[in-house]
Design a protein around this ligand. Structure first.
Ligand SMILES: Cc1cc2nc3c(=O)[nH]c(=O)nc-3n(C[C@H](O)[C@H](O)[C@H](O)COP(=O)(O)O)c2cc1C
Length: 209
């Protein structure tokens, strides 16, 4: 969900979903990762710095690779379909650069959700740590959903790790993984009518023997 009501999320509820997220399993129970709630003035300053960097076309070295380079055509098709679902729901045409950029910028404002999380990972973890943290992230999203909240992970945040560290007073030992918007979905927001599909079972499930 990328459109939220301004209704605040009670602290006790946020703590509850974070505690549930932490029940995720992890290799050797290392429980990697940290969730940072960014609020008030700090949140405004972070978002305006991120939007400024994005508008200026600033480029930073990301802390980890997300997408394959180059993107194979099968994956590229899925990416394009997801983008079409999003921009189609908003009525933004394929060649409407301004409209697409305006939606992209909303990533950096956590979609104006009442809760803005920055998700970090201790420096030094390899892919296994990211897998563990992914489980906790999904645990968070499912727990939130079960409690009437909605969410959206924001990988776009990973584009500006140094800027985020600087604003949150973090050292280079904290890798920036993603952001997370959390709150009560706005039932009237067109963006929330975005619907994606999934590939067929035989594309990702094989039987050998
Ligand atoms: C780790 C992660 C990062 C994501 N980053 C973004 C993002 O930066 N911006 C965004 O609008 N959606 C983001 N998404 C949402 C995906 O685009 C979305 O989950 C996918 O298109 C499938 O759609 P669905 O979740 O609505 O089924 C992210 C999802 C995940 C799991």
């Amino acid at each position: 969900m990328r459109g939220y009501l301004p209704t605040p999320v009670p602290d006790a509820l946020l703590h509850e979903v974070l505690a549930l997220a932490r029940m995720a399993p992890s290799g050797a129970n290392l429980q990697p990762g940290c969730f940072i709630a960014v609020q008030g003035e700090a949140r405004q300053q972070l978002s305006s710095a991120l939007v400024g960097a994005w508008r200026a076309g600033a480029a930073e070295q990301e802390d980890y690779d997300y997408f394959p380079h180059p993107m194979p055509m099968t994956l590229r098709r899925r990416q394009v379909a997801a983008a079409q679902a999003l921009y189609g729901a908003l009525g933004v045409a394929r060649d409407d650069r301004v409209g697409r950029d305006a939606q992209f910028e909303r990533n950096f404002c956590f979609f104006d959700a009442p809760v803005a999380l920055v998700v970090t990972m201790e420096h030094g973890f390899g892919s296994g740590g990211y897998m563990d943290l992914g489980m906790a992230l999904y645990g968070l999203m499912l727990a939130a959903q079960a409690k009437g909240l909605s969410s959206c992970a924001i990988g776009a945040m990973a584009s500006y790790p140094s800027l985020i560290r600087q604003h949150l007073g973090l050292s280079a030992a904290s890798h920036i993984v993603c952001g997370m918007a959390l709150g009560y979905a706005d039932p009237t927001a067109a963006v929330n009518t975005t619907r994606t599909t999934r590939c067929e079972l035989d594309e990702y499930f094989k039987v050998v023997g």
